[in-house]
Design a protein around this ligand. Structure first.
Ligand code: NDP
Length: 250
């Protein structure tokens, strides 16, 4: 029987690769995102259902529910990104002339945007669908190497995501549902960096891996597929690093 699968932020990059993998396997896949045009194009291309949804907005998430399969086997909390790339220069960063009330207000807005986009979005979506998650199911959330390297509010949000996942795994475990985080390193061919990645920085990121290559969205899709598979039923409450060895574990 086809599994019911929700991939948030599934129109581009990692989410699209994850959704494509499951659709190619014959699963019933719903993808979401805020922009209708790329979402519908992606859904048509891979054979998924597209639903416009901002996962930081409780009303939008409530409106998503009737569009989902009644039984959800896999939830992939992928929507997110470093919102500082979209913020006015300096609003999310440290230092500078940040002590005026206006600058502090801007800092708070920028900081909260990252927490909302990367942590609250996953928690809110999971809360909304947890009642329809099926036994044997899986929640996989996309974290980041930034959680360990430190990267302002974005890294803090991804670190919080991994911490939140620990409690989720305990909550869902008795129902036979796993909860894990996949933490990518630098993944090329996504919209993540907008126009913020210089050639030097890209070379530096690749040079700091053990394998000497950028990760691909397909690398992350493979890891997500494994965690959502029968082979991973005893793996829960974990962070699976997929970073070409940029940071290792003992
Ligand atoms: P993309 O920008 O290509 O993908 C992010 C997707 O999420 C977009 O399709 C975007 O669509 C959607 N999205 C963002 N915010 C929301 C929201 N509030 N509600 C609904 N959809 C949303 O980048 P990636 O594929 O690289 O990013 C996927 C995940 O991987 C993110 O969580 C990111 O933090 C993480 N990651 C990426 C790394 C990389 O090097 N690329 C490294 C480590 C982690 P729309 O704008 O239309 O809503």
């Amino acid at each position: 029987m086809a599994r019911g699968i929700l991939v948030t932020g599934g129109a581009t990059g990692i989410g699209l690769a994850v959704a494509r993998h499951f659709a190619d396997e014959g699963e019933t896949v719903v993808i979401t995102g805020r922009r209708q045009a790329p979402l519908e194009a992606a859904a048509k291309e891979i054979g998924a259902t597209a639903v416009v949804c901002d996962h930081t907005d409780p009303q939008a998430v409530a409106r998503l529910l009737p569009r989902l399969p009644g039984r959800l086997d896999v939830l992939v909390n992928n929507a997110g990104g470093n919102t500082d790339f979209d913020a006015p220069a300096g609003a999310g960063g440290a230092g500078g002339d940040g002590a005026t009330p206006e600058a502090l207000e801007a800092f708070v807005r920028a900081f909260r945007a990252n927490l909302d986009a990367n942590l609250l979005s996953a928690a809110l979506t999971t809360k909304a669908v947890e009642g329809r998650l099926a036994p044997g199911g899986a929640v996989v959330s996309i974290g980041s190497i930034a959680a360990d390297k430190g990267s302002g509010a974005y890294g803090a949000a991804k670190a919080g995501l991994a911490s939140w996942n620990l409690g989720l795994a305990r909550e869902l475990g008795p129902r036979g549902i796993t909860a894990n985080v996949v933490a990518p390193g630098y993944i090329a061919d996504t919209e993540f960096f907008r126009d913020h990645l210089t050639a030097e920085r890209r070379a530096q990121l690749i040079g700091s891996t053990a394998v000497g290559r950028a990760g691909t969205p397909g690398d992350i899709a493979g890891a997500v597929a494994f965690l959502a598979s029968e082979a991973a039923r005893d793996i829960t409450a974990q962070v699976l690093n997929v970073n070409g060895g940029e940071r290792g574990t003992r």
